[in-house]
Write a protein that binds this ligand. Structure first.
Ligand code: FE
Length: 133
């Protein structure tokens, strides 16, 4: 299992931009279609925008039409934790980074059927692409 990383709110505020902080640490959502990686087709690994843990390969990224970067699976099952989220009068599955607990997005069951059938719907602001050299 990845090492757990705990930081104080103050530390996160110093390290993250206000937009990153709002999304990663306050479970915010970026406006659909606006994120840096929504249309990205670059090859590499998407890291947690807060702690840098490897989360998703560009090879598992696809165009879902949702407005947010979408992946059918994380690089390993232990990288993303799922939590039932009943906010906003909806019952959804929240995805968090298993290392630092930051909010990434949500998981839905309408992903590509020939893959996992799952859609990890992730905020661009929760990710940082480490491009393949
Ligand atoms: Fe993290």
């Amino acid at each position: 299992m990845p090492d757990n990383m705990q930081k104080s709110d103050e530390e996160w505020r110093k390290e993250l931009t206000p937009e990153q902080y709002r999304i990663l640490r306050e479970k915010g959502t970026e406006a659909p279609g606006t994120g840096e990686y929504y249309h990205s087709k670059e090859k590499g690994v998407f890291l947690c925008g807060a702690c840098g843990q490897e989360l998703f390969s560009s090879d598992a990224k696809y165009e879902s039409g949702s407005g947010w970067p979408s992946f059918w699976e994380p690089v390993a099952g232990d990288r993303v934790e799922t939590v039932i989220d009943e906010s906003h009068d909806m019952k959804r599955v929240e995805a968090t980074c298993s290392r630092c607990g930051s909010h990434l997005g949500h998981v839905f069951e309408d992903g590509p059927e020939d893959k996992s059938g799952r859609r990890f719907c992730i905020n661009s602001a929760s990710l940082k692409l480490r491009k393949k050299e």
